[in-house]
Design a protein. Structure first.
Length: 133
């Protein structure tokens, strides 16, 4: 196998713009096992940017965007993924939260061995109720 090379790092920062708004940033690059006998590893590069804002004491809004690139060594193949998310969390009572989230993902595969199933766009809506003791 060809040994994956390059710079690997992990960096993150949180910035309280106001007492009610938090901006978070995360950037990392690492290597993981590919699970394939044909490849020595997967180089993963990820960047995330998120904003959380407390609109009311009981209502919190969030938005985030993430970009990911997975480069599969020895196979000349990569997968790029972008995700945009919007969400809200509402405290109904002392122990009950209602959450709603919309995620939109774009996935693209590149390279000689890319599969057609790796190219897709997907929207997902989730709604939940959480009860805590």
């Amino acid at each position: 196998y060809r040994t994956p090379d390059g710079l690997y790092f992990n960096a993150s920062a949180d910035w309280s713009v106001t007492p009610l708004t938090l901006v978070s940033f995360d950037l990392r690059r690492d290597i993981s096992e590919s699970g394939s006998l044909l490849s020595g590893g997967i180089v993963r590069t990820r960047a995330n940017l998120g904003v959380r804002h407390e609109l009311l004491r009981t209502l919190r809004l969030e938005a985030d965007v993430s970009l990911r690139n997975y480069r599969i060594e020895d196979l000349a193949r990569s997968v790029r993924r972008a995700n945009l998310g919007l969400g809200a969390n509402y405290d109904v009572g002392r122990n009950i939260d209602v959450t709603a989230r919309l995620d939109w993902r774009i996935n693209r595969g590149r390279g000689a061995l890319s599969l057609p199933a790796e190219d897709f766009e997907r929207a997902r809506v989730t709604v939940g109720v959480r009860y805590s003791l």
